[in-house]
Design a protein around this ligand. Sequence first.
Ligand code: NAD
Ligand code: WQD
Length: 340
Amino acid sequence: MKILVTGGIGYIGSHTVVELQARGYEVVIVDDLSNSTIEVLDNIARISGKKPLFEQFDLTDAERTRLFFKKYRDINGIIHFAASKAVGESVELPLKYYRNNLVSLINILQGMLDHEIRNIVFSSSCTVYGQPDKLPVKEDAPVRQAWSPYGNTKRISEEIITDTSKVTGVQSILLRYFNPIGAHETAIIGELPLGVPNSLMPYITQTAIGLRPFLRVWGNDYNTPDGTAIRDYLHVTDLALAHVIAFERMLNGKMKQKLEVFNLGTGNGFSVMQVIESFERTTGVKLDCRIMDRRPGDIEQVWADTELANKELGWKAGKSLDEMTASAWKWEKALAEKRK
Ligand code: NAD
Ligand code: WQD
């Protein structure tokens, strides 16, 4: 069973490759290393004992993608992670985001049609819900106009896949991730933010290790119990496992429709202050936190209704917030060791 994992050198992709290999799947990764480093390939092999096949190229290159599918004729399905994901950058460089995220997807889908590859799992995001009217948010909640071009690429990608699935043999699972954090238990792979991180968890760990002078808390005047914004954080290994389960659902003919959508979160919302408190509690490291104005584009609160994923996929994100913050810290310390 051979699976193409696009973006498999990246944060979520690399953890998913390890879980796929552990279950005996042969993986071929395509990644252009635009937001990752090649050492991750060896690090995957250090964990799994097997180096995945790897092709380095940009999936927006239609001809190169076509040649790839011609070379690998025995691919049974695709998990498509490759995309640019920096929300702020997408506001500055919208065309980079529309081109990279949408053209890559179109090239992949074209390859699927040309070679009769039936199965695709797609990395979508809770960003498609915007600020939902009802919480926890269910999969049938309305998809909203996104604030950022990045978010918009996820909404449009979902539509491209939906329209393609309707009229072809392609069956698709759209996975809407909430906020993945933490790293593999070995601390051999994890999140590698290039430059200054935007996301809360890497900013916390980089502050704690001394790479950043202090942590800015973006707003404490939200309508939440402690005034800081609420998200649904889930561990990246739990998230990776959901991809394997979704993939097997497709392969084993268990899908109820040709296109299915699942929220992937824990179902629990935690505020920025609760994440900080968990980090300080589990690590014993005190953070210098400074309250700032709200960050433009941020939503107040969102967490997932996970009933569908729990029941249909038989998947549940099991790790607690304390386990997740401890895991992120173990990874940051491992990175610091490497820098020495
Ligand atoms: P990441 O940047 O670590 O991984 C993406 C990988 O794709 C990188 O290795 C990058 O080099 C590669 N890539 C990008 N464009 C490419 C192209 N044109 N051709 C080939 N390779 C390309 O990101 P991640 O956090 O692992 O996210 C994976 C997916 O999940 C993305 O689609 C992202 O939008 C989505 N997602 C992420 C989050 C999150 O919080 N991390 C949340 C929701 C959805
Ligand atoms: C979480 C909370 C911040 C950093 C991003 C993407 C979204 C989706 C999920 C991919 C917010 C606060 C953060 C900091 C802070 N990703 N914060 N200080 O906002 O849910 O969204 O991830 O699809 O598209 O935008 O995650 O980790 O950036 O922020 O106070 O230094 O932490 O304001 O309330 P978010 P995040």
